[in-house]
Design a protein around this ligand. Sequence first.
Ligand code: ADP
Ligand code: MG
Length: 277
Amino acid sequence: MNAPLLEVEDLVKDYGLPRERLFQAPGKVHALRGVSFAIQAGRSLGVVGESGSGKSTLARLVMALDAPTSGRVRLLGRDLHALPREELRVARRDFQMVFQDPYGSLDPRQTVERIVSEPLAAQGAPRDEQHRRAREAVEAVGLRANDLRKYPHEFSGGQRQRIAIARALVTRPRLIVADEPVSALDVSVQAQVLNLMQDLQAEFGITYMLISHDLAVVQHLCDDVAVLWQGRIVEQGPPERLFAQPRHEYTRTLVEAVPEPEPPRPGPLATPFQSRG
Ligand code: ADP
Ligand code: MG
């Protein structure tokens, strides 16, 4: 088998708490207690867990936005947290992130063009390339070229998340980490955004790490799901296996929270007349 695109090795993250009493050592939050996994290129890993289980911490460490207490993040064979600053800046074209909040994560004072091309600008790409690739990216997510001149407030939540995805796509990354990308959206819009992510994966061969508190959100997009609980992966496997045979108590809770799929509605072809034949 080829070397994985992303390898996370024994990742630990402690956060220091402010000292509560003068003669007592300050407390610590053990946000991640030794997390390891790998994702092969073109595959998707879902990371599910309740609030506070360490999902966003894991995302920030994988994106090298924050340093681990110990452990390694290897992308395309490079140890991201050991790279010199300048090499890390260049390496960032290979991995991008989509955040949960499509309202807070897009700068309201910037045009869509500036927002979407920002990761390329950070790479020092020439202006004409920024413009061309921003246009390609917004079109890839189902928006129009003239949306580039608009501002975030002119778009709905689902469209804003498309803008955020376009920004993540613009450097043609190998890996996209999406932290609760649909949690702030109406249920009816969630499926559209997830379908878009799936289409983009087929088109561009993207590898996803998709984070959600909701097993239903990751099950369609992800070949493999890791269940994070109190900073540890307590169970990992294909979603069908987790549904059929959850091994950990917390996985069972997640499975029970997923509504039963609705029976398929009869489509236009399945009229009583036709189905009799
Ligand atoms: P999740 O995304 O699964 O809700 P987080 O990674 O945000 O979990 O948080 C994991 C734990 O780390 C929680 O207990 C949270 O309160 C704590 N935590 C997260 N960020 C910080 C921080 N910057 N300082 C202190 N504690 C933090
Ligand atoms: Mg979070």
